[in-house]
Design a protein around this ligand. Structure first.
Ligand SMILES: *[C@@H]1O[C@H](CO)[C@@H](O)[C@H](O)[C@H]1NC(C)=O
Ligand SMILES: *[C@@H]1O[C@H](CO)[C@@H](O)[C@H](O)[C@H]1NC(C)=O
Ligand SMILES: *[C@@H]1O[C@H](CO)[C@@H](O)[C@H](O)[C@H]1NC(C)=O
Ligand SMILES: *[C@@H]1O[C@H](CO)[C@@H](O)[C@H](O)[C@H]1NC(C)=O
Length: 455
């Protein structure tokens, strides 16, 4: 009898806990100034967006807000943590939008009308509201990268689930809520049929598509060597593929890494860093590739700015440390500027800086100087200002014109222009592989010139 009652009580307590932990959501404003929970009065991103991602390792307050339109922080941030809650208050107080980013976590096979999907949609909407976020940035990259078994039905269900979030948020709020989808460099395709329709299907849900810079790394199907993080020819190829799948450039946001990558070479021959393959597999082993901050690069290498030759180039250098041969690839003023100009010329929606934390690390005088240098030379400010005054763009920024010329040259001269970027982009369109999945293992036609590590 007693034990029965005890069990009953236990059940009640359990139920109470369940209700109190899942039922109540606190949508009140955590900011000192309540106005800082509102959508910024003047949306700077009407013509161009500059997303600045933070992963929470640095304070966002000293960032250079003039050249940023939106702050993006992980949805995993805690509102009880004052510093983390403040990121939202600070962004809004600076008149900038605020976004939370969360990965798509649902398992395959996806079913848009399942309870799991409904729960995920609810959770996302609750997080957006608790955070007073203006944009939800859904990270689909892991979903596409780690599992190759997306069927056409999965991709369609994924698009439907994203639409549900958009609809539910639209019904819940009056603010102009937007959704950004983090995607790989070219449209993901289904494994069971030829369709690469995800981009098209998700067009209603995704207001922006953020191309993740890490997605350019192909793990197979290429010679395993260290390369530029964003190879220019792949960038153009990927953008044109999105365009083919009805995603206009005006929706694309190019993610640019503010850190470099240090590759531990299997061997280093004539400045080419060869990486091993995974044991027993035909794929390259990128486990010895590590992010390296701009600060460390500056320390490593005092004269980093003289490495440039061509506008599509990205700088790199090789060093030996602890008897290990390392090659470091990174972005600097010139290589980033080239990308920002491309974004401008091709009419993309903007850039996403990944991560602002890479720079705002200033503790010593030298750090402060190098951070300030990076923030000030980061020419994305030009994106915001130049759209206001289009004629202010300098003449030598007209890549599109140059490329149109080169394209005509390609047609006339065939491959005579060899390594020129646009020829490659055109060639790759023609030698279009059957499937465009990031990790397709059975495709033997490499579509870029494998000897040029910048492309
Ligand atoms: C909701 O959050 C605010 C600020 O974070 C806090 O002051 C308030 O007490 C909370 N309300 C409830 C019911 O938890
Ligand atoms: C999806 O889930 C719903 C609800 O649980 C179920 O009725 C339906 O049969 C499922 N569809 C598929 C294709 O599994
Ligand atoms: C691929 O599969 C999906 C889902 O079964 C279907 O809706 C789509 O029409 C298919 N596409 C092609 C090109 O066969
Ligand atoms: C955040 O980014 C910084 C700079 O790149 C990096 O050092 C740090 O490990 C990252 N932290 C997390 C939690 O990802």
């Amino acid at each position: 009898m007693l034990s029965h009652r005890y069990q009953n009580a236990q059940q009640w307590i359990f139920l109470l806990l369940l209700v109190s932990s899942s039922g109540k959501f606190n949508f009140s404003c955590p900011c000192k100034n309540q106005a800082d929970c509102s959508y910024p009065e003047k949306d700077l991103g009407a013509s161009t967006e500059v997303f600045a991602f933070s992963n929470g390792t640095t304070k966002v307050e000293p960032w250079t807000w003039d050249s940023v339109t939106t702050l993006v922080v992980p949805a995993g941030f805690k509102l009880e943590n004052e510093a983390q809650a403040n990121t939202m208050c600070i962004a809004h107080s600076k008149g900038r939008k605020f976004s939370i980013t969360a990965p798509m976590t649902l398992q395959r096979p996806l079913n848009a009308s399942s309870e799991d999907a409904a729960k995920w949609v609810r959770t996302m909407c609750q997080q957006v509201r608790t955070w007073h976020a203006d944009i939800l940035t859904v990270d689909l990259l892991r979903y596409f990268a780690f599992n190759l078994d997306s069927t056409g039905a999965d991709l369609m269900a994924l698009a439907q689930i994203l639409v549900q979030v958009k609809q539910e948020m639209g019904e819940l709020t009056k603010i102009p809520f937007k959704m950004a989808c983090i995607v790989p460099w070219k449209p993901p395709c289904a494994k069971d049929n030829e369709s690469c329709d995800f981009a098209h299907l998700s067009n209603d849900a995704c207001d922006y598509y953020v191309i993740h810079p890490d997605s350019f790394t192909d793990h197979d199907n290429i010679r395993c060597i260290a390369r530029a993080t964003i190879p220019m020819s792949k960038l153009l190829y990927g953008l044109s593929e999105y365009n083919v799948h009805h995603v206009p450039p005006a929706k694309m946001i190019l993610g640019v890494p503010w850190h470099g990558y240090s590759y531990e070479c299997g061997k280093l021959l004539k400045d080419v860093c060869y990486l091993p393959k995974k044991q027993g597999e035909e794929t390259c082993d990128f486990s010895r590739r590590n992010p390296i901050s701009y600060k460390s690069i500056v320390r490593d290498h005092e004269s980093i700015s003289n490495a440039h030759k061509a506008w599509f180039d990205a700088p790199h250098y090789s060093i030996t440390r602890n008897a290990k041969q390392l090659q470091i690839w990174y972005e600097d003023k010139d290589s980033l500027t080239a990308k920002y100009k491309l974004v401008h010329e091709m009419g993309l929606k903007g850039v996403a800086l990944m991560y602002g934390d890479d720079l705002a690390t200033g503790l010593t005088a030298q750090d402060i100087i190098s951070d300030a240098l990076m923030w000030s030379f980061v020419a994305h400010e030009f994106l915001i200002t130049s759209t206001k005054k289009p004629h202010a763009v300098h003449h030598d920024l007209h890549y599109a014109d140059n490329m149109a010329g080169v394209a005509v040259g390609c047609l006339l001269l065939g491959t005579a222009l060899g390594s020129i970027l646009t020829c490659l982009a055109l060639r790759s369109r023609i030698r279009r592989p059957k499937r465009f999945f990031m990790h397709q293992a059975d495709d033997t036609t490499g579509f870029i010139d494998e000897d040029d590590r910048h492309l």
